[in-house]
Design a protein around this ligand. Structure first.
Ligand code: PHE
Length: 489
């Protein structure tokens, strides 16, 4: 099958696609609020430690597995060991769930593009988001009606994903040249705008002043590792499949350094745009910076719009620009969540991509309709926690065990060093076999204990049971998929 495999047009295409997958909503929407919730500047320390001790080593691992085995996650894991294929399928099922709601957040962005022209949220962006836009129901138990405007946004998002992928990876390599560079330009504009606002410095002080006491809290460290995994698109099959389209001679280690540093540098830089604006908002409202926002979606859909409305000039323009930023950032991440799923099926059963691609898009769209209902917001949050947060940790852990201990970290390192200019030393084995699995093991246990003791997010008990059942169901399905006979040989 190696000769039939698609190839990137150039090394730059691959790097840009990998950067595009990495840089997404996670950088502008998730990073600032996680940073904010975990002590501002203090958070940067565990974040960079997590990047060096888990992010980059695991990225090297995923690139080399995809590159060496020349296949998507299930195929690559199967070649690593007879009973390991299910780990690859689990990664694909989890990334599929992620794709179903990630597209809905992009659908909100489409709507907010239109709303920003009129600054439709007025003086109360929270009320607008929850009551007028989402029309939130009383809780997860009540789905209510489908919100047609969100549904329309979702259709637009899936059409964009479909057309980005249908011409194959060569065309994808061209599309990402735009979807990666446009956000960079916008972020620069937003940083300049933010820094020139009154009060910007108080926001930056909050962002950059380390509060060393926070370093003693284990949850701050876990949040840092979680963020690094999410932002680098690790443990989802994305990087494995992207690397499988690389030609034989490709510098794995260097590619991993470039993508992860570009991604984290972008998060750090985007933080200047966000925090300077928060400083301005705090000053306008006469409150300290830590009090202007809440976590979660609040930052992108409530606090930021509030700040934009207060801008001295050009508010609709900056509102529009912000949501264009989120859309262009998110779209290449969204299609990087769909590509591994398609590759899983085309590798194993030799199905034609022409059939699998529309099918996957349609099924994901249909599943996503749940999140467009009035109760959908709660389910988006529940799936994000039970499938993606918990799933990422477990899959990362399984990857380290499968590759570090069962297949052999040394063998993977030899492969990386054979093709890379930048050689990796024995430290890498120590990280993959020891440091990363220990941290992920602790995170996973911590999450489970917390879940058993307190449930999740104040939802009723039955919600946690549904969340856990879905996750266990996905594990069962991945084992079944792995056992089915394929046509890969
Ligand atoms: N890294 C992306 C972001 O930060 C999310 C993502 C996860 C994309 C997994 C692809 C695969 O938004």
């Amino acid at each position: 099958m190696a000769e039939a495999r698609e190839r990137w047009g150039s090394r730059t295409s691959f790097i840009m696609a990998a950067i595009g997958a990495a840089i997404g909503l996670g950088n502008v929407w998730r990073f600032p609020y996680i940073c904010y919730a975990n002590g501002g500047g203090a958070f940067l320390i565990p974040y960079f430690v997590a990047l060096l001790t888990a992010g980059i080593p695991l990225m090297i691992l995923e690139y080399s597995v995809g590159h060496h085995m020349q296949g998507g996650a299930p195929f690559a894991f199967k070649k690593l060991g007879r009973n390991l294929e299910w780990i690859g399928w689990l990664a694909l099922l989890v990334v599929f769930v992620l794709a179903t709601y990630y597209a809905v957040i992009l659908a909100w962005c489409f709507n907010y593009l239109a709303h920003s022209v009129k600054l439709a949220w007025g003086t109360d962006a929270k009320y607008f988001f929850e009551k007028t836009f989402l029309q939130l129901s009383s809780g997860a138990g009540e789905l209510g009606k489908v919100r047609l405007s969100i549904l329309a946004g979702l259709v637009a998002t899936w059409i964009a994903i479909y057309f980005s992928l249908f011409k194959g990876v060569k065309a994808l390599g061209k599309i990402v040249m735009f979807t990666v560079t446009i956000p960079w330009v916008i972020i620069v504009i937003m940083v300049i705008r933010g820094l020139t606002l009154p009060g910007a410095m108080s926001g930056l002080r909050f962002y950059l002043t380390p509060d060393f006491k926070m370093l003693l809290r284990p949850d701050v460290w876990l949040a840092a590792y979680g963020q690094v995994f999410f932002t680098l698109s690790l443990a989802m099959g994305t990087l494995i499949v992207y690397a499988s389209y690389l030609p034989r001679r490709s510098d794995i280690a260097n590619n991993a350094y470039i993508t992860s540093l570009a991604n984290c540098g972008t998060s750090f830089f985007a933080g200047f745009a966000v925090f300077s604006t928060l400083g301005y908002l705090a000053q306008s409202m006469g409150v300290p910076v830590p009090e202007v926002t809440q976590s979660g979606f609040g930052l992108a859909f409530m606090t930021y719009p509030t700040a934009i409305r207060l801008l001295p000039f050009g508010a609709p323009f900056f509102g529009f620009l912000f949501f264009i930023l989120l859309l262009t950032l998110g779209i290449d991440s969204a299609f990087s969540q769909v590509e591994p799923v398609i590759a899983g099926f085309t590798d194993k059963w030799r199905f034609s991509k022409k059939i699998v691609l529309p099918l996957v898009c349609i099924v994901a769209f249909v599943v996503g309709i749940v999140y467009t209902t009035q109760g959908g917001y709660y389910w988006l949050d529940i799936m994000d926690y039970f499938v993606v947060t918990v799933g990422l940790t477990l899959i990362g852990l399984l990857e380290c065990i499968a590759i570090g201990w069962i297949f052999g970290a040394g063998k993977v390192r030899d492969w990386v060093n054979e093709v890379s200019e930048f050689k990796i030393g024995r430290w890498w084995d120590v990280v993959i076999m020891g440091v990363t699995p220990i941290i992920l093991g602790i995170s996973f246990t911590w999450e489970i204990v917390r879940l058993v003791r307190r449930g999740y997010g104040g939802y009723p008990f039955w919600v946690s049971s549904v969340g856990v059942s879905i996750f266990v169901g996905l594990i069962v399905v991945s084992v079944v998929l792995a056992r089915l006979r394929g046509k890969e040989e």
